[in-house]
Design a protein around this ligand. Structure first.
Ligand code: PRX
Length: 630
């Protein structure tokens, strides 16, 4: 048996022995007494009885051996700001931030919502929270007031940390007015707001509520705030993600399991060592930003490069220029970003000295073979696809080159990672599919390994109902993805089984977009469907039945209403959720029993055969879609 196969088998069949060894990769204040308590499935408690701290393992732990080595390299091509913090400097900044949080009344177990652009202070804030046992909840800066308000209501934070603005493509993107609006919409407004003033745009301050970061930092320059030793299961953070309903799900992560899982992934999957440099182009608002901008690389003692800017500004070679300048060893990005680069001059890929780079990891959406081939040829480096979810926190499927060099196959993220007992199930019968090339739902038999979600914030019942299915004697977690496995055990992901869509690697719930569009006074009914797109993988398309359709025969009137609807989504959810097109129909295509024919709509938009339409109530709307797209 080859090395990885036995490593994997041991993780499944000697689960506790396997993870007891992995637990040695981190520092403990009190070592655990039990590896996994799975007495109340599907809830798994990892490293029971132990005490540790995520910030200690990411920062303080390195102060003895590498205090002066780079820890956080911050680069903004938007503002021209570029600064490197050593581990010692990062520790100082995190302690200042922790002292500020405490001065604003933040205590262990309190939630702190972080709504920030890619600034170094966002990293300080995350690390400061986990240092004192406050639970951070980072909301992607691209989300607007309504999306933010629903997350504030769910998390009920005592404090929100924000900034005056972000910047994108040279354009200032104000954050504060959206935050103020979200707080006014919120049923549980936070007591305090901490503002990082970048000097990008003036903003309104609310007396008594809004505090200035720079002023408070001055007061706490010499702050020493020790790490609080936390029980293994203490929640480290929640991160909202989309599902089938409009209400976002607060994925809740523990402390010890997550720390161990990331440390193990840095060793076995990413093969990262102290002194090396990790550059993930994601955003702190997404799970990749949590695991592989902030925590994973720092736990491994690597420097992490945090980047604000586009891949194409000031020029299409800016990423490779940064690789050369900072001797980046590991890069992590999304297929969409590579497809954007494909439109640039390919000579840019070889213009800089990228000899330090060992591999480019890509995740978040399907990596199509031409894109993978193009970047592999251009860089002459291994391209490593990896498949996972906000829920899991680290890869479910990829290759574990740290255990054994493994070949990658284009189009496949790889094989199940240790700890993930991955199976394919027939979606009708629930039976396990064991043969090659059979399509089924990708599931993981419980318990989920360390680092995955413990539950959904404040809603154990929803956690069980949403993800788990109990088959006699065992529980299985659904990924909501279709997949097949080839004869070599490599998986291929074929898209979601639910209404979640993936736009440029951003996971969005169609339901949330539908709810936003429904709030337009002239919308009677709406369906939002994900449609294949060359660049973004998928885009959202909205199909609207207007309350008053008189006048909509006129193209100008349609365009005007389409514009209003797009603006509405921009202002409520953010431009990330804006549909690419809004088409107007006299009715939505449904079955005679009233079920929306999403797949038929999608097929028509993608110019494919819509398949069996015998149950359709009225085919007119499908024809209307065809006509409008023609
Ligand atoms: O549908 C799968 C797709 O993205 C979903 C998870 O998105 P998110 O929660 O934002 O987490 C992203 C973490 C990298 C999955 O259910 N997905 C993610 N990675 C891949 C992928 N689809 C195909 N190939 C991948 N490598």
């Amino acid at each position: 048996m080859d090395a990885y196969a036995s490593f994997y088998q041991r993780s499944i069949h000697d689960r506790d022995g396997f993870w007891r060894e992995q637990a040695q990769l981190i520092d403990w204040h009190v070592p655990p007494t039990q590896v996994c308590d799975y007495s109340k499935p599907p809830f798994a408690r990892w490293f029971v009885g132990g005490q540790t701290n995520l910030c200690h393992n990411a920062v303080d732990r390195h102060l003895n051996d590498r205090a002066d080595q780079p820890a956080l390299i911050y680069v903004s091509t938007e503002t021209g700001h570029e600064i490197t913090y050593s581990f010692a400097q990062l520790s100082d900044e995190v302690q200042r931030m922790a002292a500020i949080l405490q001065s604003l009344g933040v205590k262990q177990g309190d939630r702190v919502l972080i709504y920030m652009p890619m600034v170094a202070e966002a990293a300080f804030a995350m690390l400061a929270c986990v240092r004192i046992g406050a639970i951070h909840s980072v909301v992607f800066g691209g989300f607007a007031s309504h999306a933010l308000a629903s997350r504030i209501d769910d998390a009920s934070p005592v404090l929100v940390i924000s900034a005056d603005a972000g910047s994108r493509g040279g354009k200032v993107v104000p954050y504060k007015p959206l935050l103020d609006e979200a707080i006014s919409l919120s049923k549980l407004p936070p007591q305090s707001v901490l503002m990082v003033d970048r000097g990008l745009t003036p903003f309104h301050r609310v007396d008594g509520r809004d505090h200035d970061y720079a002023a408070l930092r001055q007061q706490h320059l010499n702050a020493r705030v020790p790490c609080v030793w936390l029980a293994s299961e203490h929640p480290s953070y929640t991160l909202y993600t989309s599902g089938t309903t409009g209400k976002p799900k607060g994925v809740q992560r523990d402390t010890a399991g997550y720390t161990v899982a990331l440390a193990a992934s840095m060793q076995h999957i990413f093969v990262g060592k102290p002194g090396e440099v990790y550059f993930s182009t994601s955003d702190i608002g997404w799970v990749v930003g949590h695991s592989y901008i902030i925590y994973g690389p720092l736990i491994a003692g690597m420097a992490t490069l945090m980047y604000e800017g586009l891949p194409t500004r000031p020029h299409g070679g800016v990423w490779w220029e940064l690789v050369e300048k900072y001797r980046v060893t590991h890069m992590f990005s999304a297929p969409t970003a590579v497809r954007v680069l494909k439109k640039q001059d390919p000579a840019l890929l070889s213009k800089y000295d990228i000899s330090s780079l060992k591999a480019l990891y890509l995740a978040g959406e399907p990596l199509d073979e031409p894109t993978a081939q193009w970047i592999a040829d251009g860089l002459g480096k291994p391209i490593i696809d990896n498949y996972w979810q906000t829920e899991t926190g680290w890869p479910i499927l990829t290759v574990a080159n740290g255990v054994q060099p493994m070949p990658s196959k284009f189009g496949s993220p790889g094989v199940p990672m240790y700890g993930f007992h991955v199976k394919l199930l027939n979606d009708h019968t629930g039976e396990e599919l064991t043969g090659a090339n059979e399509k089924g739902v990708v599931v993981v038999e419980g318990p989920l390994p360390p680092g995955c979600l413990q539950t959904l914030w404040g809603d154990d019942e929803r956690f069980v109902k949403t993800y788990w299915q109990s088959v006699p004697g065992r529980w299985v977690y659904s990924t909501f993805d279709w997949g097949v496995r080839d004869a070599d055990g490599y998986f291929y992901i074929l898209g979601r089984t639910d209404d979640v869509i993936n736009v440029a690697g951003h996971r969005l719930g169609t339901r949330e977009i539908e709810e936003s569009i429904s709030s337009h006074p002239n919308v009677a009914e709406v369906a939002v469907v994900g449609v294949a797109d060359q660049l973004k993988g998928q885009v959202a398309m909205a199909f609207v039945v207007a309350k008053d359709s008189s006048g909509l025969a006129d193209a100008g009137a349609r365009l005007k209403l389409e514009g209003e609807i797009m603006k509405l989504v921009d202002s409520q959810l953010g431009a990330v959720a804006r549909p690419a097109r809004v088409l107007f129909l006299s009715l939505l295509p449904k079955t005679r029993s009233g079920k929306l024919l999403r797949r038929a709509i999608q097929a028509v938009c993608e110019r494919r055969d819509p398949g069996d339409l015998t149950t359709i109530d009225d085919p007119t709307p499908l024809q209307q879609i065809k006509d409008q797209l023609a």
